[in-house]
Ligand binder design. Structure first.
Ligand SMILES: [Fe+2]
Ligand SMILES: [Fe+2]
Length: 137
């Protein structure tokens, strides 16, 4: 298939997104206490962002002639807000790097709207990491 390598990379990132929104949903559900409410609200808001990222990738995989293949990582999230935030900052950093790479692959393939959207999703993930770093203090 013409865009095999790109589709494969997009499927890997789709699975990271699905893994992330499932984890953030469970983490938001587990957080209690007035002091931790900002963290819970941040995770709830980011579930919606990550679902949007996953939807975009799934649509584009189909548009390129591929098939989304879901194999999310269902490892239980860590206990405690600080452990969650520290682990997720690192995952968001990996997502930024993946989207920068996907943008370059899309540009090389002449897929300019995909390239720009991958850059926008890189920026979203960078903002998520910044919000988490702020909550870590
Ligand atoms: Fe995302
Ligand atoms: Fe994110």
């Amino acid at each position: 298939m013409k865009h095999d390598t790109l589709i494969q990379a997009m499927n890997q990132q789709l699975n990271r997104e699905v893994t992330t929104f499932l984890r953030y949903m469970l983490q938001a559900a587990s957080i209690k206490g007035a002091a931790q409410e900002p963290v819970r609200q941040m995770y709830l808001a980011e579930v919606a962002d990550e679902v949007g990222h996953a939807q975009y990738l799934a649509n584009q995989i189909h548009m390129l002639g591929g098939t989304p293949e879901l194999k999310p990582d269902l490892t239980a999230p860590p206990d405690g807000v600080l452990a969650m935030l520290a682990a997720d900052v690192e995952q968001e950093r990996i997502d930024v790097a993946n989207y920068v790479k996907l943008a370059a692959q899309a540009e090389a393939a002449g897929l300019y709207s995909l390239k720009m959207k991958m850059e926008a999703q890189a920026a979203d993930e960078d903002e998520h990491a910044q919000e988490m770093r702020r909550l870590l203090g």
